[in-house]
Design a protein around this ligand. Structure first.
Ligand SMILES: Nc1ncnc2c1ncn2[C@@H]1O[C@H](COP(=O)(O)OP(=O)(O)OP(=O)(O)O)[C@@H](O)[C@H]1O
Ligand SMILES: [Mg+2]
Length: 298
């Protein structure tokens, strides 16, 4: 029978990007870029966010693409952020119809790919988030229609901090972040407990601190428990540029997240107890119940 260690390793690798997926993501980026080039003066585009940091979970959706505008589009910066979002949305609707949806900081383009019961998509990206961006020194400005202003961000700083955390944790950090984001995405919760899920990654920079203790189950139990304890803390943008990441959750949402994180920590404790008492099959089933179909039973 699969050991708990083997099960977690398999789970981890199932949440990793593979070559077919990265090829599909690049092709989608190119497709959207080719189209938007006919509408806007775009300097360059790149895949970013959790996708580029290797902290994206499965199924693969909402892959962020920054479209860095040329200086000749600078007029947008003196307007409300809704102006560029509306223009991008209108343009994308021409090509993608109602599959293009306006969000607070981006336009989501859905490619109509559906995940199956095991969360597989035949290695295809479900959707991308098109983010218009302007360069500002070594940082970027992106529209935030929720706040009604342009906000600063820096994907390079976020990526560097994730690498630091990963290395300080024997290179297991990104794997655990993907796992908790997978738990967070589980439809059993209805709405995601932690929203935005970037908050899980930001909290992990402190809550999943090295050294790695050597056992996935124990580390995961401690991680859920610390996330529950600290969900009410203020979590600033790790780059110190944008609004606090925790600002997107109101009190009721944080309360709900805490309850669900505590329940997950408790389920993890019970799973560990099964292992201790030699009930490996029960332990595997408990972890599967906690995470969802990508956690293997065999
Ligand atoms: N409040 C913020 N201030 C500055 N930058 C932010 C802020 N929120 C998000 N970002 C940046 O924008 C990126 C995309 O945001 P998003 O909410 O899609 O998070 P994500 O890390 O990509 O997570 P997910 O896996 O849910 O897509 C983040 O990875 C981060 O680099
Ligand atoms: Mg994202």
């Amino acid at each position: 029978m699969l050991s708990i260690e083997e099960a977690f390793r398999k789970f981890k690798s199932r949440l990793e990007l593979n070559e077919k997926e990265t090829t599909n993501a690049s092709n989608r980026q190119q497709e959207v870029r080719n189209y938007l080039d006919t509408k806007f003066k775009i300097d360059r585009s790149f895949l970013t966010g959790s996708y580029a940091r290797w902290t994206k979970t499965k199924p693969l959706k909402d892959v962020d693409i920054f479209f860095v505008m040329k200086a000749s589009e600078d007029d947008y910066l003196s307007k409300a952020p809704s102006a560029i979002l509306t223009d991008f949305h209108d343009a994308l609707v021409e090509k993608y119809g109602d599959k293009a949806r306006k969000q607070n900081r981006s336009i989501n383009v859905d490619f109509g790919v559906k995940a199956d019961a095991d969360d597989n998509t035949d290695y295809r990206v479900i959707s991308v988030d098109v983010v218009p961006a302007f360069e500002k020194g070594s940082d970027f400005q992106i529209p935030d229609n929720g706040l009604g202003k342009w906000i600063g961000t820096n994907p390079k700083i976020h990526a560097d901090k994730a690498v630091q955390a990963h290395q300080a944790y024997s290179n297991e950090w990104k794997g655990l972040v993907r796992m908790v984001k997978y738990w967070n995405n589980n439809p059993k919760h209805g709405e995601k407990p932690v929203k935005p899920s970037f908050l899980i990654e930001v909290m992990a920079m402190e809550c999943l601190h090295g050294p790695w203790g050597g056992q996935f189950d124990r580390e995961m139990q401690g991680f859920f428990s610390t996330l529950a304890d600290r969900i009410f803390d203020k979590w600033p943008d790790p780059a110190g540029l944008g609004p606090a990441i925790s600002d997107s959750m109101d009190l009721a949402r944080k309360q709900r997240a805490q309850t669900l994180l505590r329940a997950a920590a408790r389920e993890a404790t019970l799973a560990i107890n099964h292992s201790r008492q030699g009930r490996n099959g029960e332990a595997l089933r408990a972890w599967r119940e906690l995470f969802g179909p990508k956690f293997p039973l065999s």
